[in-house]
Write a protein that binds this ligand. Structure first.
Ligand code: HEC
Ligand code: HEC
Length: 603
């Protein structure tokens, strides 16, 4: 008997201990401190009006049904401090300006890219995470913050898999939602804030809507965790974009048979000049801007309905309603056409060593231009068209996961009951072309997403009664929805690349200097999460600090191999001769000015 009591006591004590640890980390998630910048400086990349348009035009995503007002009124789990303050959200890597205040475009005074939308016929205002959240960057130097519009974000937004020590946005948000729902005093305060005078009439409805949203978050976290969908931790500044889009649009929306392990986190690419490229994405797989943006919106949470209430697949013109906002996506895309690459600001980051940069220019012409200077291929619709060089994964030798996953995975879409005649009528162009009829139980990621977005687009155009000329304009250059399937990575033009560390598609190389060094001279582990800039090596600081993320290049998806300049035969990751340290420094100096106004001043 005594033994039993002791055993029971021990179990209770253990449970309390585990609970205490969990509560401790909920109260103190593993986040960097907020260090406000003395001043945020903006480069001359576009007008203030364009900037505001890009930062706050919604794209139609929903954060699991979270309403904009709820987000603003949420409190932290163990205090009545608000969750959505600029100071707190900045700790997740979202961008704020210490001088920012609420504006009509940003009434909640939220970070860059956090906005809201209403669906037609409804007064609910949903929180909407838009392009700018992932495609705006920041460099810190001497207390100043340099905003890089269209640059790479460095936040921890997408991670959905909880870890004991926390530190991801989703996990912290769920902790706040959970405590708000289950702590009656908190919920009372929250509801009075959100509802004001309507408290009595709408309190019950608020509680049930709120619970629905909370359940969706918890369901996703459980689904992603117990299936082990995201084994390679993304950390700051990365997400497995294609893997997550496929798990949302082909898994969540169609069948659990379609969940696939997504172990290929990629960096957020910079967006200047992308409208001139013949193919976009790290693996050069997509072409039409509208389809690309709809696909992305579906991955980030725009609603997609493929079945009716009875579970039958939608057919004919009923296919497929979605929350993606076609007109707003077009506005964003047009705004991006005016975005200039960032030019190295000598006053802030130090003067360019011009003779050295001039040496770098010669070295660039000999060692890099063959891949990184695209061919001009003007067409009547696209006088600025650039043809970018594609390199087979085996040759360039960088981490193969994302290219492989996109190329190899197959999905069962047979429950959608697609008719080949309907597919043939869609504006889809598969590269390479094939005569083999589509086996809908065995569809590649690109093909599946191409057809789904084609149906979504066609439906949106019908709903808005767009004329054929308007459709052409909205789609972008009248391009079909082309998807290319190849195991390749794309060599992009390098103007402004200095402002987008870390480097390579998976962010596995922290500085330009290391990228030009052989793999055995690159850091095999380093810390990410700081945007403190190192203008000499051109990268972020990789020192350890509280809340830092350990980037381990030995983990699948994180490999820092390839794109190497070293002694040995070309291929298998070696793309050029060994560069002497002096030559690397010269190239780094040149990359700071490539394509910018200072380039013309080189001797
Ligand atoms: C949740 C973060 C996120 C959001 C929001 C987001 N993107 Fe991206 N975007 C990415 C990632 C990650 C990639 C790289 C994916 C890949 O190629 O594997 C990418 C790729 C791109 C590319 C291709 C760039 C290139 O170099 O080829 C373009 C263009 C782009 N995004 C535009 C947009 C636009 C426009 C929006 C809003 C309509 C948007 N993105 C919203 C994360 C995001
Ligand atoms: C054989 C073709 C080839 C040559 C030569 C080449 N590159 Fe690259 N480069 C690529 C490809 C392909 C990528 C994308 C690889 C990836 O992300 O996995 C890339 C990526 C990069 C990136 C990272 C871009 C980013 O957004 O992260 C930089 C910087 C770069 N190269 C600089 C150079 C420099 C400098 C040289 C010459 C010293 C050079 N490259 C030579 C093909 C090449």
């Amino acid at each position: 008997m005594r033994f039993l009591t002791r055993a029971l006591l021990l179990i209770v004590a253990l449970i309390c201990l585990v609970l205490a640890v969990v509560l401790y980390y909920i109260a103190n998630p593993n986040l960097p401190d907020y260090v406000p910048a003395e001043q945020v400086r903006y480069l001359d990349q576009w007008s203030e009006k364009d900037r505001q348009t890009f930062y706050f035009t919604p794209q139609g995503t929903q954060v699991k049904g979270l309403r904009y007002d709820w987000f603003g009124a949420l409190e932290l789990p163990f205090s009545d401090k608000r969750f959505a303050t600029p100071e707190y959200l900045a700790r997740f890597g979202f961008l704020v300006d210490p001088k920012q205040h609420a504006t009509p475009a940003n009434p909640g005074n939220l970070p860059v890219g956090f906005t809201q939308h209403q669906n037609p016929g409804s007064d609910e205002r949903y929180l909407d995470i838009t392009c700018a959240a992932c495609h705006t960057g920041e460099l810190r130097f001497k207390g100043q913050s340099l905003r890089i519009d269209g640059g790479s974000a460095h936040h921890v937004l997408p991670s959905s898999v909880p870890t004991l020590r926390g530190g991801s946005f989703g996990q912290a948000l769920v902790a706040s939602l959970f405590s708000t729902y289950y702590n009656p005093w908190k919920f009372e305060r929250f509801a009075r804030n959100v509802l004001g005078q309507n408290y009595d009439a709408q309190h019950e409805k608020l509680r049930s809507d709120f619970k629905q949203s909370l359940d969706t978050f918890i369901h996703e976290a459980w689904n992603d965790t117990h299936r082990g969908l995201y084994p390679t931790q993304e950390g700051p500044g990365r997400t497995d974009a294609f893997g997550r889009i496929a798990n949302a649009a082909l898994g969540d929306a169609i069948s659990e048979k379609n969940y696939r392990v997504a172990n290929a986190p990629v960096d957020y690419p910079q967006l200047w000049d992308i409208w001139k490229f013949d193919w976009v994405q790290w693996n050069g797989s997509a072409q039409q801007p509208m389809a690309r943006n709809i696909g992305e919106a579906l991955g980030v949470g725009a609603t997609l309905t493929l079945f009716d209430a009875a579970g039958h697949p939608l057919t004919g013109d009923a296919r497929y309603p979605s929350g993606a906002r076609v007109t707003d996506l077009y506005t964003i895309e047009e705004t991006l056409k005016g975005l200039k690459a960032p030019a190295w600001p000598e006053a802030l980051l130090g003067n360019i060593d011009r003779p050295r940069a001039a040496q770098g220019k010669t070295l660039f012409a000999d060692n890099c231009a063959g891949c990184h200077v695209p061919l001009n291929k003007p067409t009547p619709e696209r006088p600025y068209l650039l043809k970018l060089k594609m390199l087979p994964v085996e040759y360039i030798g960088t981490d193969p996961n994302t290219a492989d996953n996109i190329f190899n995975q197959r999905y069962d879409l047979s429950s959608l009951k697609w008719d080949p005649k309907d597919l043939a009528a869609l504006n889809v162009n598969l590269v390479p072309t094939t005569d083999v009829p589509l086996d809908t139980s065995h569809v590649s990621m690109s093909t599946g997403l191409a057809y789904i977005t084609a149906f979504v687009e066609a439906r949106a155009y019908r709903d808005m009664k767009a004329t054929p000329a308007e459709v052409q304009k909205l789609e972008g250059f009248g391009l079909p929805i082309s998807v290319r399937e190849a195991r390749t990575y794309r060599a992009r033009p390098l103007d402004g690349v200095w402002a987008t560390p870390p480097f390579l598609h998976n962010g596995s190389v922290p500085s330009l200097y290391q990228l030009l060094s052989p793999q055995d001279e690159r850091a095999s582990t380093f810390y990410t999460g700081s945007v403190e800039f190192d203008p000499r090596h051109v990268g972020y600081s990789t020192e350890k600090f509280p809340g830092a993320f350990l980037f381990d290049t030995r983990i699948s998806g994180n490999h820092n191999s390839g794109h190497e300049f070293r002694v040995g035969p070309l291929g298998n990751g070696v793309i050029g001769r060994l560069l002497q340290p002096e030559e690397r420094w010269a190239l780094v100096e040149y990359l700071k000015v490539l394509g910018g106004p200072l380039e013309s001043q080189l001797p």
